[in-house]
Design a protein around this ligand. Structure first.
Ligand SMILES: Cc1cc2nc3c(=O)[nH]c(=O)nc-3n(C[C@H](O)[C@H](O)[C@H](O)COP(=O)(O)O)c2cc1C
Length: 255
């Protein structure tokens, strides 16, 4: 990793600066720079499409208790399968459709301009009724597109700086951003919003997972090119921005 002196402004400061709104920068600015990209992604030739069961709340549902109990949990029991119903509840909590106004579908998590640039992928290690591999979630059809068969736990863990939490997880959520969905409206500022959106989504996963007694851990440390290669993204039009693991909590580790 290149050393960056703390006193040097660096790309982070430039990013903040160049994506800043001010009355001057917005003067005369009209939103809407080009054609609006599709709000939903689908693959033309998935191995299969698997409908998800209707999501049902389970376990602890008192939101105030969940705020109090939520933790990042990294120690998992490395066997057993997650119930498909629980996976459905987690997926719905993160990106389920909840309302429609005109052509816009609204979701469980907020999104800048209701543009929803974040796509949800799952690496399924062990879930009842699902083959092991990588899946893509379609919120509109409420199903999973099966994209790649196989065990990706080691390659994902290696790409995530060898973090063992990815080895024992039953499922790993992998969130990408489709930059064009935000750029037609917000241009460079769309990059900020994609990350903010992902944070909302991940918090919903944390709270839903806590309710179901599962262990969730956010993962922001990864080699971007390696993860993008596993997922088949170019890293520009679509790029992985965040991940989170789901596992069975180890009783030996309260957190
Ligand atoms: C943006 C972001 C990235 C994170 N990346 C990782 C990670 O790569 N590995 C990990 O073990 N925890 C990761 N975490 C979890 C934090 O370490 C955790 O939230 C923090 O220690 C506070 O603990 P708590 O979540 O239990 O309250 C991340 C959290 C955030 C918000």
């Amino acid at each position: 990793m290149k050393k960056n002196k703390l006193s040097e402004p660096g790309i982070g400061a430039r990013f903040q600066n160049e994506t800043k709104y001010s009355p001057e920068s917005l003067a005369g600015h009209t939103l809407g720079l080009g054609p609006i990209p599709a709000a939903f992604k689908e693959y033309s030739n998935p191995i299969a499409r698997i409908s998800l069961p209707e999501p049902k709340a389970g376990g602890e549902t008192n939101i105030w208790k969940l705020f109090l109990k939520r933790r990042s949990r990294r120690e998992y029991i490395a066997n057993g399968s997650l119930k498909l119903n629980d996976l459905s509840a987690l997926v719905w909590a993160t990106q389920g459709l909840t309302a429609q106004f005109g052509d816009t579908f609204f979701r469980t998590a907020p999104s800048a301009g209701a543009l929803y640039p974040v796509e949800t992928y799952l690496y399924v290690r062990a879930v009842d009724g699902l083959e092991e591999g990588i899946y893509h979630f379609r919120p509109g059809d409420y199903d999973l597109e099966f994209l790649k068969k196989g065990n990706f736990s080691v390659s994902l863990a290696e790409a995530a700086l060898q973090q063992s939490v990815l080895l024992d997880a039953r499922v790993t959520f992998i969130w990408s951003s489709i930059i064009a969905r935000g750029r037609w409206k917000y241009n460079q500022r769309a990059y900020r919003y994609a990350y903010v959106d992902a944070g909302h989504i991940a918090q919903n996963l944390y709270l839903a997972g806590e309710g179901l007694g599962l262990g969730i851990c956010a993962v922001g440390a990864f080699y971007d090119d390696d993860i993008n290669k596993i997922m088949g993204f170019d890293g520009e039009d679509e790029t992985v921005i965040y991940m989170a693991t789901v596992g069975f909590r180890s009783p030996d580790h309260p957190i």
